[in-house]
Design a protein around this ligand. Structure first.
Ligand SMILES: Cc1cc2nc3c(=O)[nH]c(=O)nc-3n(C[C@H](O)[C@H](O)[C@H](O)COP(=O)(O)OP(=O)(O)OC[C@H]3O[C@@H](n4cnc5c(N)ncnc54)[C@H](O)[C@@H]3O)c2cc1C
Length: 452
């Protein structure tokens, strides 16, 4: 797609906008955490863009997009590059658009934050907390991921126990999006319209600014608790998740097989113990600890936010969501994982059955969230990988039990999530990227229509 492009001429057409063509650096910025999946590791090994372009503001983004359309150069947007499925990897080469320069954080007004797409989530929290506000939800990659990458590539995380996932109405309030046209337009999406670009992998517009609803800031205690029996821990998590009077931000259960990989927690754990990770508001620590004692668990580690900061301890949330798999991969390269949701309301029975059937092949990891106001049980179980055929057999078996799988072993947007093309996202792509130059190869619905 890009063999005939004169990259020096293209870079010159961008004037003072910073560019990088060093092969090693471009390759580095063409990667994300795709290697979590042994399947994607094989498929995406050689993928690289041709040039990295780092716009400094919206006007730069418009210039880059105009010059790319003129030459039919594909663009793959990039934030922190922490996506797990090769989302930010340029399958057809071209420009890697590094958006971290668009990082303006405006003051929160009436609980709404207007923020540049490249702002890091950790920076947003650090800036807003002293003013009394915090993010409603963030991925466990808070330190390195950008708000734009989270909206375009993520789904939810810490805070989803209170606010559901990002897709639910009320959190994403506005997005300013630049179109990929000969004369790029800037569109302002509002309310539910933002879902046209949310979790669309940057295939149908470049987000330059977002408006998001914030939550009143609270002071959080960081807990790791230990249980001899995973079933007791899972029940305790369920109790805390449903306890509306206990203010929390994170409810996670990892079985002993997974907990054994948490090197920074080993001193606090006894071999064979399962671990629960929680963020509990300071005001709720007494009722939380009382409930823990009744459930037969014990506190393995308890830190204030200030202590986490001062000691450099790994915060509880960095053992949860996709960080659980990262800790395992640091010890055992053969580990991979699944993303799933157990069918409710009796999800713990379904969890117990899967654990009994798969044993140590699939160490269990649960994340409690809210979906349409109900507590739900998401899961990112580890998998001791042998072959792709075995992995697919486990996925098929989980699905036959009514467990929803969000396949993390594909870079195709639809196959990872809803299994069908979102008609609104496809329609928006027709409008905003008529030549199909944005992150090509990721939206199956578009490729099928173009091929017909
Ligand atoms: C250890 C680990 C833990 C994780 N935990 C979570 C979790 O708890 N919850 C969760 O949802 N995800 C999680 N993830 C996945 C990922 O970290 C998050 O989705 C993160 O928010 C992505 O942000 P990023 O800035 O790194 O985006 P990138 O990886 O750079 O990009 C993600 C996608 O968005 C597109 N994109 C980026 N910026 C823009 C833009 N401005 N306009 C249009 N498209 C754009 C990219 O092309 C790509 O398709 C985890 C990943 C790892 C490795």
């Amino acid at each position: 797609m890009t063999e005939t492009i004169d990259w020096a001429e293209f870079a010159a057409s961008l004037g003072a906008i910073p560019t990088e063509t060093d092969r090693a650096l471009v390759r580095q910025k063409s990667r994300d955490f795709y290697w979590y999946s042994p399947v994607l590791k094989q498929q995406l090994r050689g993928v690289s863009g041709d040039i990295v372009v780092a716009p400094r503001d919206e006007a730069d983004v418009i210039t880059v997009m105009r010059e790319c359309v003129r030459r039919s150069i594909p663009i793959t947007p990039r934030g922190g590059g922490t996506g797990n499925y090769g989302q930010a990897m340029p399958l057809h080469g071209g420009v890697v658009l590094d958006l971290i320069g668009l990082n303006t954080i405006h003051p929160v007004f009436d609980g709404v934050l207007r923020v540049g797409t490249g702002a890091k989530l950790g920076e947003i929290e650090a800036r807003c907390k002293p003013l009394g506000w915090e993010l409603r939800m963030f991925p466990s990659t808070r330190r390195t991921a950008t708000i734009g990458g989270f909206v375009a590539g993520g789904s939810g995380g810490i805070g989803s126990i209170n606010f559901g996932q990002m897709r639910e109405a009320g959190t994403l309030l506005g997005a300013r999006v630049v179109t990929m046209e000969a004369e790029p337009r800037v569109l302002q999406l509002r309310g539910a319209e933002v879902n046209r670009v949310h979790h669309a992998y940057g295939t149908n517009g470049i987000i330059v600014e977002l408006e998001i609803a914030m939550a009143p800031a609270q002071s959080w205690l960081d807990y790791a608790v230990a249980f001899r029996d995973f079933a007791d821990l899972a029940r305790f998590c369920d109790t805390i998740a449903r306890a509306d009077g206990i203010a929390k931000r994170l409810v996670t259960a990892v079985d002993a097989g997974g907990a054994a990989y948490f090197k920074p927690l080993q001193e606090a754990l006894t071999p064979g113990e399962s671990v629960g990770l929680f963020l509990i508001a300071t005001q709720s620590c007494k009722p939380f600890e009382d409930a823990l004692a009744r459930a037969g668990g014990r506190i393995a580690r308890k830190l204030t936010e200030a202590e986490v900061e001062a000691t450099g301890a790994v915060p509880a949330f960095e053992f949860t969501w996709n960080h659980t798999t990262l800790h395992a991969l640091k010890v055992d390269k053969e580990i991979t994982y699944l993303q799933s949701r157990f069918p409710g309301p009796d999800y713990l029975a379904s969890v117990a059955k899967a654990m009994a059937d798969y044993g140590d092949e699939v160490p269990m990891h649960l994340e409690f969230i809210r979906v349409d106001g109900e507590v739900a049980c998401a899961a990112l179980p580890l998998v001791r990988y042998t072959t792709e055929a075995r992995l697919r057999a486990i996925i098929a078996d989980f699905e036959s039990r009514g467990i929803t799988i969000f396949d993390p072993h594909t870079y195709v947007l639809e196959d990872g999530g809803m299994k069908t093309t979102d008609p609104e996202q496809l329609a928006f792509k027709r409008h905003a990227d008529p030549l199909g130059l944005l992150n090509p190869g990721k939206m199956r619905g578009w490729d099928e229509v173009s091929a017909a």
